[in-house]
Unconditional design. Sequence first.
Length: 198
Amino acid sequence: MGTSKDTDARGEEIVLLDPAGRAVGTAPKIASHHGDTPFHLAFSCYLVDEGGRVLITQRAHQKLTFPSVWTNSCCGHPAPGEGLREAVQRRLRTELGVTVTAMTLTLPKFAYRAVAANGVVENEQCPVVRAMSAGPVRPNPAEVASAEWRDWDACLDLAGHPESSPWYRLQLAELAPLGAPLDWPAAETSLLPPAIAW
């Protein structure tokens, strides 16, 4: 796949999963997202600054799935054979032009299914990661329409509004009891689905 996974989603492959989170094959990313999207591996990342603010992004308006919704900092699909940390770092560079100084696994078992207004389904095992930011954010307009640093109270408030993504709302329900983002405890990496290594 080379660098195509960074620059051309048409060449990107996703990892297909069984109900237990074991890899059962791969498939082209774009062709696999439709009204009956198979269960597959993904991740969500919350980029946090040293003041505890979270980068909230609006997905690009031309996205196939859930265009224009407000959501967490970055989402993506690990490539076949790619570790979770590597996948998060790759997508943060591609979507936001940032590198990270630290990364923590937060919700290793998060999974969800959601249907977009256009009928396209997301159906993902989607571990959640917190990353600490380093340097300025430079959103890629092909991926991100807007990006804003928000305090935690504003992040919680967004989860109560329909313009937020369904996975964001579900993740915030699990993250809120953990306290402020800088206080989120590290989860055991052994709890990740079998299809991916930390």
